[in-house]
Every structure is written in structure tokens, then in C-alpha cells.
Design a protein around this ligand. Sequence first.
Ligand code: ADP
Ligand code: ZN
Ligand code: ZN
Length: 739
Amino acid sequence: MLEAFTYAVPSDLSQHLRPGMRVRVQFGQRQQIGLVESVGTGDADSDAPGKARLRPVLQVLDDEPVLDDDLLHLCRWVADYYVAPIGLVHRAAVPPGLLSSRNPAGAAQKTQQVVRITATLPTLVEREKAFGRARRQQEAFELLESLGGSATLAHLDKGLGFSRSVIKALVDRGMAEIGDETVERDPFEAADPVEASPTNLTPDQSRVLAGLADLLAAAPQDPGIALLRGVTGSGKTVIYIRLIQLAISTGQSALVLVPEIGLTPQTVARFRAVFGDDVAVLHSGLSAGERHDAWRALRDGSKRVAIGTRSAVFAPLRNLGVIVIDEEHDGSYKQAETPRYHARAVAAVRARMQRALLVLGSATPSLESWHNASHGRYALYELEARATEHQLPSVRLIDRRGTHESGSAVLSDDLRAAIETRLRDDRQTLLLLNRRGYATVQQCRACGWVAACRACNVSLTWHRRRARLVCHHCGWEESVPDRCPSCTDADLSFGGIGTEQVERVLGEAFPAARIARMDVDTTGGKWAHGRILRRVRERRIDILLGTQMIAKGLDLPGVTLVGVIDADVGLNLPDFRAAERTFQLLSQVAGRAGRGAEAGEVLIQTLRPDHPALQHAVTHDYVSFAAAEIEDRRAPRYPPHRRIANLVVSGPHETSVADDAESLAEWLREVIDAGPPGVSLVGPAPCPIDRLRGRWRWHMLLKSDRAGPLGQVLRHAAGSSPVSTANRLEIDRDPESLL
Ligand code: ADP
Ligand code: ZN
Ligand code: ZN
């Protein structure tokens, strides 16, 4: 159910019905499961119109609320701020399956041996007396303390390397005990082993950790937000881990958000290496039952560290101490369908509500967060150098102006020579091209016809291996014509190079090289990324080519060269974030070079070598880029100077959509004139992609320097706008993209 509805509660059920519990109700012809928003009293009978017709709740499905009061409150905030139906927010917030009409699969459980400490040794003197020279026992004891007092035996010996005899000695001396405990099954059990967390922080790391620790300690009185900007490899993850250890050691829990689990297996493995079975990993690869297990373990406090993607921001952690958002600039934190929430904004509200610290980390923070930090709203911490002795790679632009785009020109001489050197020296190369398929446009040279999607106003991409033309927006596919459908001429040409074509060019240029391609087309299976990456790590691949998915979080010590085939792909998008996204992507992929002992080199091919996003990427200069870009967004005003909402009217008929967009804009201008000041309207105009999945699209932007008045206008629009029922109005507050 999308909206809130009122039901009568039979007296035999009213005893233990509380908000946040699931109930079965009759809805129209069908039975549905809904979440109880609030439980009212029965004495409003007389003034509740239609009360006699209220249908009864049929069954209460929970003993304990699925969402506690805090999370219900958080959902209400999301529904309110993003102008979304509360029912859809509940659905986004709880594990999938929980609110579907069938009950989720039962949870499979197994038993494991767990070591628990039984002694407390508050002073150093007592500690020395107790352990003497038994250093390993002391280490094991202190590690258990930092994990909150217990860990599984398997994690202690296989994960952390404490021998059974050390643990047995602790038990024999009455300082620990071993018992059986039911634990949830663990889909990440087979994850790759990782290095232990370094024992000594650099002075820079220590300074940052000390600052964050103070904020953590102060959070119960004064919850705050910290932005940690640190170049890739500066040791941010190590800091998150230490900070979370602090929180756990005082009995609190922690939430870590990452952009995409499949692409960041190493990050997850590092948390697991330290926190072992205290970690619940929440990701889309989990079955409904697995996710339900993890959810319950967090709610009852048997796991205290949650790692997950966007929706994990609703994880039911108790006594929350800290939320960490890694790569906080990443676009995947914004949900692309209703409720169109941004996990960073939700986390900020949650942290304030539950009196926790929010830490935002990135090498290239979003301009919104950077702006907030610059104005003192967030505490700012910075790490300028890599944590290891390795230097940042040298970055060079390769000016491709004047060359002709063709298969043989994919690689400049410089890039080709650099790859050759790596092949000769048995080093690895990473190549980025953020465009998949073989060619992005098929065009008739006689009449100009372009192969376009029937449902979307975009050109079709030629996938050569499958011999199909494919729409990357809706998935439509068709066969490749050998004559122009419009003029029957046979002179059809292909333009716009994609990863499939680069793979072929590489194969021809370096016949002996072992090449792997990683993009949506090659990573269909659940763990396909992992398999490709393992081959790279085991040095069974010389050149890894891919879309932006190769830019994220990978630590591949054998890679000494990163090449960007065409940096202009994202730069030329008609979107106000195009430059920001390009700078972020280039910085991120450049950060993959030279993470081992040898210096890295980055070569970027472009037709726009003077663009600030590229210039500042060369010098690794985030601060100058941000300053220039923030200045650029003053006229016309865009975030972070203004808060914006994108209103999209869509429907099957072009003129009807245009008419509705015009009347919505007119209506909004009246609302704005009558309402609180400071809100303005831009548009309407056709969207940059003016037809998508068979629907024509027009949009307009509402801008304001304050959240309150903007929200008022949006709620008004959602409630009573003049958009006809034939068309749809979608509201995207704080949009990540305007395409
Ligand atoms: P980031 O999260 O900023 O990319 P990481 O925490 O992943 O950085 O650290 C980058 C690399 O440096 C990792 O291999 C990590 O083990 C190593 N490292 C981090 N801090 C230290 C330290 N204090 N001493 C030695 N190595 C460190
Ligand atoms: Zn033609
Ligand atoms: Zn399409």
C-alpha cells in the first residue's frame, strides 16, 4: 500500500499492536501486508466520518515492531522531505519480502563456538600483573575487548591468527570462556583474505582519529557531521575501522555505507578481518531470508556493525554511535525511483535523531559537502598524502585534437608505447572508457538517418559480438540493418567508440597480451566482478579494460599504468554535474595506479585538454577544482548555492505532456507568488532525453535557498497539481542528474 489508510483494530488484537508492526488487511479485492504507522484511540468514533465502514485488521504479523520509533520517525521525514508516499518509504526501508503478501523465507541458522571474556582489568598495573610476559594472551584479551567482549573461535584463529593454545590459556586462567552460540549464516564467508589492519597510524592519521574520537565522545550531547577528505590511499579506511572500534568498545554500534558491495569486496573484507562476526553485510545479492537474518541480528544487538549500500541507512542498529559514508560523493547513494532519497541526507537526519556522529569520507567530496565544510557546518579533516611511502601517480593529458576517430586511432602513440612497456616489464595496465558496446551510433552517410530507439529518443549502440543494436536506457534490442531503412543506401557507418571496440583494438595491437573487459555486459552473474578481479590480482591478466566500475575501490598493486581512452564521454553530457562527475571519475581511476611499490603513471586522452576538470585532475588538486566549479555554478545558480527540485511531467502523448507542463508551471508560479518568498521556477522545457521508455518528458526546476519553503511548494504540487491523470508528475528533490 502506498498511502496511509485507517483500519479498525479488533479488541483481541489491540492488546499488543504497536506502531512499526506488520498487519494483514483486506485492501480492495486482495489481502495485503501493511505497516502500522500509528495506533489511535477508539473514542474518536463519533467524529470519524465513515468510521462504520472501516475494515478490520485481520492479523498482526509481528511480536516486535519491524521498525522502531526512531526508524518510523526517519521514514516520516523521508516521506515528507522527498514528497513520497509513506508506504513506498516503508518498502524501501525494510528488507525486501517483508512487506510482500507472502511471508519471507525462514532464517537458516547454525551453531558456532564463541569466546567471551569474563574478567575486567581496568588498570594497566592489573593488566601487567595478570599477563606478565604472556604477550599473545594480552593481545587476544585486548582484541576481544575492542570487539565488545566476544568473537567466534574461528575468527580468532583463522581470521586473526591467535592459536588455540593462547585462547585455551586465557580460558584456563578464568579470563575467558568458550560457549556455543547460534549465528546467522554468512554469505561473505568465502571472501578473499586481506592484510591485517596496520598497527601504527601515521601522524596525520592519528591527528584525524583524535579529532573524530572527540566528536564521537561529544555526540550524545552534540551530534555532529565530519567530512574527511583524503586522497585515495591516504588511509581513510584504517581510520574508519579505528573509530568504529572505539564506538564498539563503549557498547555502541556502527553503520558503514559503501557505494556498491560487489565493487568493493576488499573494503568489506577489511572490516570483516577486524570485526568478524560482529559484521552484518547488507547488499542486493542477499536472498530475502539472508537479509532478514542480518536485519534481525542487528535489531537484537547480536551484530553491531552494519555494512551496506544505500538502503542500509535504514538498518535497525541499536545504540548507534557512528555512521560512516565512504565515497560520499557517489551518485549511487541517491535512489533513482520513488522515494528518491539520498542516503547522505537520510544519514544526517538519523545521526542527529539518534545522537550519533556522521563521518563523510571521500578523495573528491561532493560540492554540497565541501561547501558545508567550508562554511563551518561540517568539521573538516584532511589527509594530503598517501599512508604508505608510495607517491601519487604522475598524470598527463594527451591532446587528441586533429586526429580522426577510427578503430586504429583508439590508442595514441604515447598510450600504446606505455602499454608496451608494461607488457615487457610484466606489469599491469588499467584502461577506462565509460561507454560500453562497440559503437554508439549507426548512421546513413547518404541521408543522415540514425538508428534510434523506438521508445527513447537516443541512438542505439551496436553490440558487435551479439550482432544487435541495443538501447542503453530501456533495453530494447533489434538486428543490425545492412541497408538504410530510410533511403535503402548501403553506406552505413558507425561512430562513437565503446569498450567492445577497444578490446578488439587491444587484441590486434598486443596479440600476446591477456586482456579482460569489465562492464555491465561481462559481469552478468552475481559474483562476476569478483572473478575478474581475482584473475587480475593473481596476475593472470595484463590489461583490464572497463567502464567506471574499474575505478572503484580496487587495490591492485601490480597496476603501474592507468589509461583513459576518452575523458570527454561524461564531460559533454548536458548536466550541471558533468564536470564534477568527470573530475571525480578521473581522480578515482588515477588513484588505482601505483598502489604497489612502484610509481604509477596516468595518461588521459581528450579533445578538451584545457577543461578545468582535466587540468585539476592532472595536479591532483581537488581544492582548486572545487573552488572553480562552485564559482561556475553561480550563474545560473545551482547546488550548492541553491536547493533544487526537478519536476518531470511524462506521458504517452507529446502535446498533452507539453500542455500539462505549461499549466503546471503557470500554477506553480501562482503558488510561489502566494507562498513564502525565496522560491523560483525555471522552465518548463523538454528534458535533455525528451522521450524515455515510450513516455515524452518535460521538466521544470524549482530553486530556493531554503529547504522549508521549497518543501511547502513541492507538497502542494504533489497534492493538487493540475497535471491530468493521463500523465505523471515525478518530483526529484536534490537531483543527482537532470537528464
Ligand atoms: P583509503 O581508504 O584512504 O583509500 P586505505 O585505508 O585503504 O586508504 O589505505 C591505503 C593503503 O595504505 C592500504 O594498503 C593500507 O593498509 C595502507 N595503510 C594505511 N594506513 C597505514 C599505516 N598507518 N601504516 C602502514 N600502512 C597503512
Ligand atoms: Zn539513408
Ligand atoms: Zn530505449
